[in-house]
Design a protein around this ligand. Structure first.
Ligand code: NAD
Length: 368
């Protein structure tokens, strides 16, 4: 039996202590709650672990999704993030044709300050508490090394070194192919030669995406918080570096959000000059209505959870790993996106709405 301390419901405890916060959050009524099967708040006093594990759906199999470490401004922000990400995983796994449900976890805190071996073991013990209903892989600020530590105390992790490993290169490949599908649909071209792409975020996925785009002859405009990452991409791929906020004003053909979510919002949407939005970040639209707003502006949006499924597809081969098989399956993202675009055109609906409908149908049909 895992120690009880991992399952302190800190959310309820904090709410009891702070009436104002209790009044602010009606948990089951949160728009992003969306009938989650299970949400677990985990804390461990000794290591400082504060995590939330969200299992949105196990209808197609055990929930699988990455763990994100982030210094959230509040517990509520972390909760909303994990719920949105978890629901996205349900749809992502369904659309990718995987026999896996959707879930996600977040560890609250600054990765530069709180990471420790003990913390990831505590996280692994928390995973044990779900008894295999949820498997964690890597996401923002979580490395294969972190997952390897958790793996010393739990089997409920995936994307491990020596098996499927780091999902990021496969996410980048899928995103690159998704950009190609978007260009095919919107611009009627099979190549990216000379097209200008703005990439926001040069982390695990963004870097490999830049490499693919550069090899395909695209011109890159990039931004990141991290100067080292900027220098590397500028040197290796001749990318033009712009400021964090300037990225929205670039005169480009394609905007690829590859950092955090909600970058397509009321403040940015009118600044985006690209005809295509296609990147790897999760939850790119601040709200669902921004999908309609992109459609109204004649911008083609590649639904985030469809285009960024490459990593989870690779992870799905974890127990019998074969890179060739994984790559072939990742390549299916190209056709899946073309199907979404064609249906969206036919029905004159935002691509994100159409993808949601297709995903729900797949789930209702037990994965078919
Ligand atoms: P990462 O942490 O390795 O990289 C994120 C990068 O974004 C970092 O370099 C960071 O400095 C930068 N960044 C953060 N805030 C920024 C800002 N405001 N402006 C510009 N840059 C900023 O993360 P990652 O694994 O590359 O994931 C990137 C995105 O893709 C995330 O939204 C993640 O959820 C999503 N995603 C990742 C994978 C994967 O396989 N890693 C799979 C699917 C989706």
């Amino acid at each position: 039996m895992p120690a009880k301390k991992y399952y302190n419901n800190s959310f309820i405890r904090n709410n009891r202590q702070a009436n104002t916060r209790r009044n602010k959050v009606a948990f089951f009524d949160l728009p992003d709650f969306d009938n989650h099967e299970q949400v677990v708040f985990c804390s461990d006093e000794e290591t400082g672990l504060k995590a939330i594990i969200a299992v949105h759906s196990t209808k197609l199999g055990a929930a699988v999704g990455g763990c994100r470490m982030w210094d959230y401004a509040s517990d509520e922000e972390a909760l909303v993030d994990v719920l949105r990400l978890s629901k996205g995983m349900t749809y992502k796994n369904a659309m990718a044709g995987l026999e896996m449900g959707g879930g996600k976890s977040v560890i609250i805190g600054n990765a530069k300050e709180i990471k420790s071996e003990a913390l990831f073991k505590a996280f692994g013990n928390a995973l044990n508490g779900l008894g295999g209903r949820y498997y964690s892989a890597e996401d923002v600020n979580i490395t294969t090394g972190d997952i390897a530590i958790a793996n010393t105390v739990t089997d409920y992790v995936t994307g491990t070194e020596g098996k499927s490993g780091n999902p990021a290169p496969f996410t980048a490949l899928g995103t690159f192919l998704g950009i190609k599908a978007s260009v095919k649909h919107k611009l009627g071209r099979d190549d990216l030669e000379g097209l200008k792409v703005s990439i926001q975020g040069l982390g695990s996925v963004g870097y490999y995406l830049c490499e693919h785009l550069h090899k395909a002859g695209a011109k890159l405009v990039v931004t990141d918080l991290n100067q080292e990452a900027l220098d590397k991409v500028a040197t290796e791929f001749g990318a033009e570096v712009v400021g964090l906020d300037e990225i929205y004003d670039q005169d480009v053909d394609i905007y690829a959000p590859c950092a955090l979510g909600a970058t397509i919002n009321d403040n940015t949407i009118d600044r985006i000059k690209a005809k295509i939005v296609a990147g790897c970040a999760n939850n790119q639209l601040a709200e669902e209505r921004h999908g309609q707003a992109l459609l109204d502006r004649g911008v083609l949006y590649a639904p985030d959870y469809v285009i960024n499924a490459g990593g989870i597809i690779n992870v799905s081969f974890e127990n019998d790993y074969c890179a060739d098989k994984a790559t072939k399956k990742v390549e299916e993202i190209y056709d899946t996106l073309l199907d979404v675009f064609a249906k969206a055109d036919a029905e004159n609906k935002p691509t994100g709405i159409v993808a949601d409908e297709m995903a729900r149908e797949i789930i209702a049909n037990g994965g078919k």
